[in-house]
Design a binder for this molecule. Structure first.
Ligand code: PMP
Length: 286
């Protein structure tokens, strides 16, 4: 495998950043993950728009131009012969003597890109069986709209899920409303087939897959309501699902101890998963 680190394509197993990289010391950096589908990078325009916003909110410079970054993403994916999988990019404020404030003068930001294949067997199992989620308080900071690599609350939430035999943790706010998954956006489907997801203004990351589902719904006459829902409402919903670049649409069949419907993926989530790639932006590798 090959990774890209600051201008070089290097063997993945020896790819390194400096011990004084601010990403390592302060989680002072941001990232993006794009799906690779049938040899295409999915929704790269939206992912780079969001990367630009995350960088700008933290006053971190683009490490290379947008066009150069797209070329690097394609190169890393193709050098790793990934046809279906993901491409990961991370930008940090760079390498500087440890000090909380920004380096002055500023230093070049660090760019790392990796790519790997996804397991087809795992995807098929999820499509057929769906997943279980467990719920846990959302203990994150207020700027979860920035896709930063400061992910400790999500690490703990995901580990809580894993140790309880679940695929994802749904986090809830002080009022009992679901914010989102540790690494996904949360959705429910009401009795009349309306998709419900929390508004992007507060408490969640503005998911690119979430936006793509909104577009798909609008184009196909599916109703979407952007409003917060409680854990209890979710447990009584007709269906539930999660969205993320690496999960596409993943049906949820159980929340904590409550089995949804008859415990198999719902028709709405299954259809959204099956048709997800019909309308999205696909950038081929060559
Ligand atoms: N929320 C959180 C907290 C996430 O980490 C992610 C995935 N990185 C998402 C939502 C889904 O976002 P996207 O659809 O852009 O992958």
């Amino acid at each position: 495998r090959i990774a890209y680190v600051n201008g070089r394509y290097v063997p993945h197993r020896t790819a390194k950043v400096h011990v004084e990289d601010r990403g390592f010391q302060f989680a002072d950096g941001v990232y993006e993950v794009c799906e690779v589908f049938a040899g295409n990078i999915v929704d790269v325009t939206r992912h780079l728009d969001r990367l630009g916003r995350s960088l700008s909110e933290l006053s971190i410079d683009w490490p290379v131009t947008r066009a150069a970054l797209v070329a690097i993403l394609r190169e890393v994916v193709s050098r790793n012969r990934v046809v279906n999988g993901l491409v990961y990019m991370q930008v940090t404020r760079g390498v500087s003597k440890r000090d909380f404030g920004f380096p002055t003068p500023s230093v070049p930001s660090t760019l790392v890109v990796t790519s790997r294949s996804a397991s087809r067997a795992a995807a098929e199992k999820i499509t057929e069986e769906g997943v279980r989620v467990v719920t846990t308080p959302d203990i994150r900071w207020e700027r979860v709209d920035i896709k930063s690599v400061a992910l400790l609350p999500q690490v703990l939430a995901k580990q809580f899920a894993r140790s309880n035999g679940a695929a994802e943790a749904w986090m809830f706010d002080k009022d009992g409303y679901v914010t989102e998954g540790a690494s996904s956006n949360a959705w429910i489907v009401t009795e009349d087939g309306t998709l419900v997801t929390r508004p992007a203004e507060r408490g969640i990351l503005r998911g690119i897959t979430r936006a793509a589902i909104m577009d798909y719904a609008a184009a196909h006459g599916i109703k979407v309501e952007e409003r917060a829902f409680t854990v209890d409402e979710a447990k009584h919903a007709r269906e539930a699902f999660i969205t993320a670049a690496t999960a596409i649409v993943t049906p949820v069949v159980q929340i904590d101890e409550t089995v949804l419907g008859n415990g198999v993926p719902g028709s709405v989530a299954s259809a959204l998963r099956a048709h997800f790639h019909d309308d999205v932006e696909l950038v081929p590798l060559r």
